[in-house]
Design a protein around this ligand. Structure first.
Ligand SMILES: NC(=O)c1ccc[n+]([C@@H]2O[C@H](COP(=O)([O-])OP(=O)(O)OC[C@H]3O[C@@H](n4cnc5c(N)ncnc54)[C@H](OP(=O)(O)O)[C@@H]3O)[C@@H](O)[C@H]2O)c1
Length: 274
């Protein structure tokens, strides 16, 4: 049986758990991770033009024995490929590298601070969607300001906003804003990039007989985020998928909620430009 799914605003079903593909840089690592993930029930794989590993993933998927329609493939337009024509061209290159003729989800990787460029890029995303080349389109790292720019002109509302989200960085106001517009939240770095030795977490993990990683991932899911933890290790990939036989009680969710320090691991999308 597959993992639970979320219904996006256009009716497409997306698994609530996928494998992050960032920093998988050689074929052996990619094969080990993706094959273990598929065996553990993962179907959703999150790559990006920026990661430079779409071709490695494409090659891996050729030999994994899984039908294309069973998979949920996400990629993202790189910052340097923004703009109408460049987005379309780079999307075709992504398809070639991934050895497929459609994507399940295509995202804008970073919004930047230039409204006209972002709107041109979104127009290209809509064209790809209308041409049937991608089943859902969305954004990453968007603040309400960026989404307001898009929504002013959009024919299609983004299905997803993929943002940094973990116990040390939570933006509840943004999540609320997106939910009101029908935009599903997705968490990147759900495991704080591996640095999750947080006070109080071990005690919660012991209470549920789960690992600290499983508690954080389960918390993300109960906060209504899709999660895409990255690991190259088969045992961790399996561990990160064992999330669906328990639920955190409200009081334990509150303990993780209270860990928020507004501490990002990467750029601040309110100021980052390129
Ligand atoms: N849209 C964006 O701007 C954006 C930005 C960053 C990331 N992303 C996406 O989000 C995905 C996830 O984010 P991320 O890779 O930055 O960070 P993450 O998933 O929070 O953490 C990954 C790190 O945690 C370690 N890890 C994984 N499972 C573990 C476990 N059970 N126990 C202990 N350590 C564990 C991994 O090590 P090992 O690999 O050695 O196991 C790796 O170092 C990325 O892969 C990428 O697909 C998107």
């Amino acid at each position: 049986m597959g993992f639970p799914t979320k219904r996006l605003n256009n009716g497409v079903e997306m698994p609530v758990l996928g494998l992050g593909i960032y920093l998988m840089e050689n074929l052996n690592e990619m094969k080990q991770a993706v094959e273990s993930a598929l065996k553990a029930g993962y179907r959703s794989l999150d790559t990006a033009q920026m990661y430079g590993n779409e071709a490695l993933l494409g090659e891996t998927l050729q030999t994994c024995g899984m039908a294309r329609k069973e998979l949920f493939l996400t990629s993202k337009v790189d910052n340097g490929n923004q703009g109408y024509e460049n987005t379309l061209t780079s999307f075709s290159e992504s398809l070639k590298k991934l050895k497929t003729d459609y994507l399940d989800l295509f995202l804008i990787h970073w919004p930047g601070q230039q409204k006209a460029r972002l709107l041109d890029t979104w127009r290209a995303m809509e064209k790809l969607y209308q041409d049937g080349l991608v089943r859902a389109i969305g954004v990453c790292n968007c603040e309400p300001q960026h989404l307001e720019w898009i929504l002013e002109k959009a024919q299609i509302i983004p299905a997803i906003n993929q943002v940094e989200h973990h116990p040390l960085f939570q933006d509840e106001a943004l999540a609320l804003w997106c939910r009101e517009k029908g935009i599903q939240m997705e968490a990147w770095a759900p495991l704080i990039r591996g640095s999750f030795d947080l006070p109080g977490l071990k005690e919660i993990a012991e209470k549920y007989n789960k690992s600290p990683a499983q508690i954080i991932l389960r918390w993300n899911i109960q906060k209504d985020y899709i999660v895409i933890p990255k690991s190259i290790h088969p045992n961790r990939i399996l561990e990160n998928a064992d999330l669906f036989d328990f639920s955190l009680e409200e009081k334990d969710i509150a303990v993780l909620d209270q860990m928020n320090q507004g501490q990002r691991t990467s750029f601040d999308p309110r100021t980052f430009d390129f």
